[in-house]
Design a protein around this ligand. Structure first.
Ligand code: GLV
Length: 319
């Protein structure tokens, strides 16, 4: 039987070209999420799905696609997929780690620097016509070098963020359920610590954890209250790791100084209380969005899908 694949959203031609001619492809070339009913209709009879984080693959969707053998997510995070349900149904789930690590770490640093040095406020001011003279106390920010960086989630991306901190001569603390080996800690000059200590002592806290039941609202009113009033929070993981309403209050009332956010609880909606605040730099979930990296992610997802359809082990199954 010829195999068939559904690509549920736009994907670069170069990645789609990897699919052999004898595999039939149903391609939704838009970047809008499909209604669940349409997703289920188009998945009927398919062997593989290549999807992005805007596609929710839950048990109900899987139940309608009994021939499905693989869901290849074009992302490292996979909270849009019910992995346990997929396993139960014998469906392999893959993601795209490694290829986006450095690009995502670059962007976490972009947010950190932008929030610390008030780059977005400065840009707005420079364009506004209000810049009429050199000003001694104009847009003072916070130094980054020599400060303490707290990394929550010390996997691939967290470690790539730590490596960049070496150049800023920072003290690096990390918190993770799994302790890194001694060589990695030495090389990255990173010390393991409990979350409470990390939040209390860090000048910058950057989140690089998966979204799970344990990490949902890890940063909430209670934990925000324990951070330094001068602290800056960066989130390039998943929005729901942070309680956005509590963060907006913390930023407004000065419990912490600033934040840099790439992800939000209800994307693409941003909590209205965040919008008027000048001490938050926001981006529309673009941490992995360089041309090279997005192509590498798409290519890896297609290769994962094809490997499973050919009866081979996927390159990067979710753990
Ligand atoms: C993007 O958010 C990803 O998980 O790759």
């Amino acid at each position: 039987m010829p195999k068939s694949v559904f690509i549920s959203n736009v994907l670069p031609q170069a990645a789609r070209d990897l699919i052999p001619k004898d595999v039939s492809v149903d391609y939704n070339e838009t970047d809008t999420p499909l209604p669940k009913s349409e997703l289920m209709t188009r998945l009927r009879g398919k062997d593989g799905l290549v999807c992005q984080i805007i596609t929710t693959v839950d048990d109900e969707v899987l139940a309608q696609a009994p021939s499905l053998r693989v869901v290849a997510n074009v992302a490292v995070g996979y909270n849009n997929i019910d992995v346990a349900a997929a396993r139960r149904r014998g469906v392999v789930v893959t993601n795209t780690p490694d290829v986006l690590t450095e690009t995502t770490a670059d962007f976490a640093w972009t947010l950190l620097m932008a929030a610390a040095r008030r780059v977005v406020e400065a840009d707005r001011f420079a364009r506004s016509g209000r810049w009429t003279r050199w000003q001694w106390d104009l847009l003072w920010g916070a130094d980054v070098h020599g400060k303490t960086l707290g990394i929550v989630g010390f996997g691939r991306i967290g470690r790539a963020v730590a490596r960049r901190a070496l150049g800023f001569d920072m003290r690096v603390l990390y918190h993770d359920a799994v302790r890194a080996d001694a060589a990695a800690e030495r090389e990255l000059r990173a010390a393991p610590t409990d979350l409470a200590t990390l939040l209390r002592e860090s000048d910058f806290v950057t989140l690089h954890t998966n979204l799970t039941a344990e990490t949902r609202h890890l940063i909430d009113a209670r934990t925000l209250r324990t951070m330094k009033p001068s602290a800056i929070l960066v989130n390039a993981s998943r929005g729901p790791v942070v309680d956005e309403a509590a963060l907006a209050r913390a930023l407004r009332e000065g419990w912490i100084a600033a934040a840099g956010l790439d992800v939000f609880e209800e994307e693409p909606t941003i909590h209205p209380d965040l919008l008027p605040l000048t001490n938050v730099v926001m981006a529309p979930h673009i941490a992995s969005a360089s041309g090279e990296t997005r192509l590498a992610m798409a290519t890896l997802a297609v290769k994962n899908c094809l490997a499973v359809l050919e009866g081979k082990p996927p390159l990067t199954p979710v753990p």
